[in-house]
Design a protein. Structure first.
Length: 613
């Protein structure tokens, strides 16, 4: 009897303990994943909870299979530019991908197929590079009214390898008053309906000034049609945003408030407008449209008239031709400052510029520097190779520098880029076309390179128009922690841009909060290895949010790192010059190739971080 009673007691106590244990477990706060943090209204549950997970899943994207098919890869000795590419498939398959990912992948598959075909053809025919006709010309022209591709009332000046910063198109022409005006368009020559990257529409005043003259700028795509007009003069506009420091409309084209109140049919008023308007019937003009850092800007007869900010997916590297319509007699057309690569076979110092081999005895680099570049920015990359990439730390293999470049839609650019990659061994190609909105994918690729392929203690991101004092970066890092570090020009209090016309516009759906977590400006910043690994792992497991502003995205991810792993040291250093060059800089931004080489010469001769004009 006692034994039976004791057994019942033991069983009862066991049941009580089990019930208490499971009650305790259920009351404990569960660890919140980063995806839950960014999607607070979407519950993520496990399979055992009989609920469908809302975590981003993997999807099949058109062109992805081709890009990652091993049979389409080059031979092993030629595959170094594809090391990061090979580890990005999961990232590109995410159902919550960045807006232009699918298009960038689809177009990259076409570009890669064309490039592979040209590479194979070259190899099979034992191609003589010395006899190659260079299609990427520095300038193209049409003189004395002749045009490259005449078609009815349309004139096209072919642009062989797209535009880069400081490229320019100059027209010398005479307006024909028998028509209302004329249009100058920068187009991408693809398919039946190429996109219009810039539509520059000039409306003439007409006989007896019966019509107010105006310049209208816009864009067009087959998918979305016309964008939003930007007009000059812009009566009553309060938009004072500048493009590359230049006003959107010349003030002389805008009437004063007194003129605004006057009768619009007043002949004197129209005479006033006509005298300031840069185009008139029968009068010869010289107009130049430049490609800048932030947008296009136009001068007529030496006077700045209009600026037009680049719009998403419509960037200068896409321009393949200039089309002119309407009442305009063209005397000459000239495109200059176009991208052209150096002939690798003619470069005498290739070995001195080639990325040094990383010593096999080195388990880990001290620093990997990933440089954002575009396919046709040949000159910028060569300037970096001949300047700060010659620091002893880089040449000795303590620091590695790699360019991260998406494919171009122009097959000649891609072929020149491939030859450059094989010659200098410092280029990592990306399996997508190089749209601005996909820069965040490059950031993740840099972290992949710095943690999985060329493991480094620190990972740095910079741009191909920045001069980096590698020696000073390394000296500064010696005094910093090796864990949980963000080092650069850190913004501690910034807000999302809600103006839809702004280049950095972010909707409340993309980021609902009123401010961003701390982040470092994109021209240059350094993160520690643990943060880089967290970023790579978080995107492989699809637990981190993709965000189209790459520098802010890193700040968002670091906030999650801080929440889940350890404290973060945000080290701000205003020697990272975000908007140009300042004395005693550690990094100088917005430096063209000539200025990059000048800064290097100053450092070698004067040993001072002084700026160049």
């Amino acid at each position: 009897m006692k034994k039976w009673t004791g057994g019942v007691l033991i069983i009862g106590l066991t049941c009580i303990l089990l019930v208490s244990y499971y009650s305790f477990i259920q009351k404990q706060p569960q660890k919140q994943s980063s995806y839950e943090f960014f999607h607070p209204n979407q519950q993520i549950t496990s399979k055992s909870q009989n609920s469908t997970t809302t975590r981003p899943h993997l999807v099949n994207v058109d062109g992805l299979d081709y890009l990652f098919n091993s049979t389409h890869m080059p031979k092993e000795e030629e595959a170094k530019p594809l090391l990061a590419w090979g580890q990005m498939r999961l990232l590109l398959s995410r159902s919550d991908s960045l807006p232009e990912t699918a298009q960038g992948i689809k177009e990259a598959a076409i570009a890669w197929k064309e490039l592979k075909s040209k590479i194979d053809e070259t190899r099979a025919s034992k191609f003589d590079h010395n006899k190659v006709e260079k299609n990427c010309s520095f300038s193209v022209s049409a003189v004395n009214g002749s045009v490259l591709f005449p078609s009815n009332d349309t004139v096209i000046l072919g642009i062989p390898c797209g535009l880069i910063e400081d490229s320019s198109i100059t027209l010398i022409a005479i307006p024909d008053g028998n028509q209302d005006g004329f249009q100058i368009e920068f187009v991408g020559l693809e398919g039946k309906d190429p996109p219009v990257i810039l539509h520059y529409n000039v409306v003439l005043p007409g006989d007896n000034f019966t019509k107010e003259p105006v310049i209208i700028q816009n864009t067009w795509t087959y998918e979305f049609g016309w964008g939003k007009d930007e007009r000059c003069p812009n009566h009553g506009s309060t938009n004072n945003v500048k493009v590359d420091g230049l006003v959107k409309c010349n003030k002389q084209l805008t009437r004063s408030s007194t003129d605004e109140k006057s009768n619009a049919s007043n002949v004197n008023d129209h005479n006033h407008m006509s005298s300031n308007f840069p185009f008139s019937d029968g009068s010869l003009f010289t107009a130049t449209i430049w490609a800048g850092e932030e947008g296009f800007y136009a001068t007529v007869n030496g006077r700045h008239e209009t600026s037009f900010a680049y719009r998403e997916k419509l960037e200068p590297w896409l321009v393949s031709g200039v089309r002119v319509k309407g009442g305009l007699h063209i005397i000459s057309a000239l495109a200059t400052g176009l991208p052209v690569s150096e002939d690798v076979d003619m470069v005498m110092d290739v070995e001195d510029l080639k990325a040094p081999l990383i010593p096999k005895t080195s388990k880990r680099l001290l620093l990997l520097i990933g440089v954002f570049s575009s396919g046709n920015n040949f000159k910028r990359r060569m300037a970096l190779r001949r300047s700060w990439m010659q620091y002893e730390a880089v040449r000795s293999g303590v620091v590695a520098v790699r360019f991260f470049i998406g494919l171009h839609k122009n097959k000649q650019v891609n072929f020149e880029l491939w030859r450059e990659a094989q010659a200098y061994q410092d280029i990592q190609l990306m399996p997508f076309v190089d749209y601005y909105s996909l820069l965040t994918l490059k950031t993740i690729a840099i972290c992949i390179m710095g943690t999985k392929i060329l493991p480094a203690k620190y990972v740095m991101k910079t741009d191909d128009d920045a001069f980096v004092r590698v020696d000073e970066i390394l000296a500064s890092l010696k005094t910093k922690t090796s864990d949980g570090l963000l080092y650069g020009l850190v913004s501690l209090d910034s807000k999302p841009q809600r103006d839809k016309d702004n280049k950095w516009y972010i909707s409340t759906e993309e980021w609902p909060n009123d401010s961003y977590p701390p982040w470092a400006h994109s021209p240059g910043y350094v993160i520690s290895r643990d943060i880089a690994k967290f970023i790579v792992r978080g995107h492989q497991e699809r637990n981190l949010k993709l965000f189209k502003l790459e520098d802010v995205a890193v700040g968002i991810w670091i906030k999650q790192f801080k929440k889940q792993i350890r404290q973060v040291q945000y080290i701000n250093d205003d020697r990272f010059c975000n908007s140009g060059c300042e004395p005693n800089y550690i990094l100088a931004h917005y430096q063209n190739p000539r200025m990059i080489l000048c800064l290097w010469e100053k450092m070698q001769k004067e040993h001072k971080p002084d700026c160049c004009d």
